[in-house]
Design a binder for this molecule. Sequence first.
Ligand code: SF4
Length: 702
Amino acid sequence: MVRTLCSYCGVGCGLEAVPQANGTYKMRGDRAHPSSLGLVCVKGATILESLGVNRLTQPQWRQKLTDEFQMITWEQALDILVKQLAWVRQKYGGDAICFYGSGQLQTEDYYVAQKLAKGCLGTNNFDTNSRMCMSSAVAAYQASLGSDGPPCCYEDLELTDCAFLIGTNTAACHPIVFNRLRQHHKRNPQVKLIVVDPRCTATAEVADLHLAIAPGTDIDLLHGIGHLLWQSDSIDQAFIHHHTQGFTDYVQVIQHYIPERVAQRCGITIDQLQQAAQWWGESKRVLSLWSMGINQSAEGTAKARSLMDLHLLTGQIGRPGCGPFSLTGQPNAMGGRETGGLAHLLPGYRQIENPQHRGEIEHFWGLPPGSIASKSGRSMWEMITGLEQNQVHCLWIVATNPLVSMPDLTRVQAALRRSPFTVVQDAYAPTETTEYAHLLLPAAQWGEKTGTMTNSERRVTLCPQFLPPPGTARGDWEIFAEVGRRLGFTAQFNFTSAAEVFAEFVQLTQGRGCDYSGLSHERLAQLGPITWPCPLGTDDTEAVNVKRLYLDKKFATPDGKARFAAIASQGLAEPPDGDFPFVLTTGRYYGHWHTQTRTGRIAKIQKMHPEPRLEIHPQDAYKLAITTGDWVRVISRRGQVRVKATVGEQMRLGTVFLPMHWGALWGEQMAANNLTHPQSCPVSRQPELKACAVRIEPEPAD
Ligand code: SF4
């Protein structure tokens, strides 16, 4: 039996792969895994099926996008790739090379990619789909608490008195987190569950208080609650005095958020607002959870920081059962952050624009000073604009399907058609993105390679290989390392195993906020999953598995004090108007994973969610003469979608919902991101994928 981790979402549930008499494996939940206690959702239960279909098994190449792909050998593929990288670097400089990766990558893959891109190729243009997932949470933790890294753990789900869920459909997107919280809520009727979401989701259905706020009014709501807490003196003066800065500025802002006006703007009653503030104020332990509904916004960092403001105002942090807890979407988004896998980061939570941090990494990697470029690289959307402006000459996409997940897909398609050289390194083909590739590199999937992943509660799990990769597929880190060696960096990439890669990476975290230096593959195999920080020399029995951060109330800022944000609300980047009178919000179904490259071929999940549906309120549907099952056309300033409607009270008036899982491979005009826009948070550079203005037109039936 092999102990491993579900590689779908950031919950990070433990799995056991049990060998069967016929040579196959059967998956089941690992009861010994502290994050999930043996629980799994439908994705985890069917994960093995995702390895058996639609696999890319051999490198393929074509000169032009209009040509047919030709099967080639790895030798030929690496030769083409290395020549192209060297040529682009020499002719246009490192900045013309971009990598777009994924939170599906394991920590070892991420680390070797950072060394190749930022160290050896001199490009900081390494971004991942985490930019669209939780980069606002990263920026908010950094600004408010001084360092990234959620301060809470899943055990807090069972210790809280009041769970405040905002912008997260946890029941659908983080099912096992929700399961643990829901059991606690059921067993303890005094525990309050507040859910803030414009849509009455499966999460909101079981809430004690559902605040169906108008999209874009999150900061209004949070400041309104802050105002009521401050007005009623339900605040922790001692905590504010000793452990925070910026309280006066915060009060200056929130005093203008008059509760009656806030309730009106949010579209809720004053009683609901007061109830939320009262429960927050009188609870000993308030745990807030959030994900895309907060992060995917042009004011995403401000929203996440405004939520943290409430924790600072009431001293609800650094104790069991409370704190601001960002739920990551991808299975290894956390590990990616810690290896420096975003365009502004270097390993060990170092910042690219900090000369000392660059110097430390260059020295460690054995590279000359100045090897790492001094400016942060391009975010994912800036790679698209770089293609539009002929500034990007090589785009290397790894383990992700941006031709479904990026905003404004028509523009992304046009940009990719201009790309002089696009590499897609993936386990699967065809995808919507492989249609735009010149070179395809087959990658081994989870279970076919050894590596580690870190889940939302900072828990690192070793995922050993237990299956052979199909055809000639290779591990992602092995591909990056081979390219590095062929570019002449033999000393930097002389790894012979994933364990060696991990051993090198952890040295760069020593003494840093995310200290992995006491971890190794061997120790993880021996002790099972371990949370960071785990400094070198940590005893097996005592300090290992630090559950919470900031228990001493010393934050990671220079003076040890957390910072109030005190930021006023801006509202939606694209509010509805006469031409586009509805707000479209996008989201996910319980069974599907992102762009369906994996779950789209699993019969059980397909049966659960066979098609995307536009959800619309009965009064809006009545005015448009739409009933459930009718075809509708959803139109924004950027594109169109043609889907069937589902009429239901779960939607707010004036707000409609579409799932984001469908792309062009499933049919013409099914992709929700045909409609969305790329306006982004100026701090985190995360696009506002959650809201755009649309109009709805009834369509003739087929
Ligand atoms: Fe996998 Fe997430 Fe489901 Fe757990 S909750 S089994 S990690 S998809």
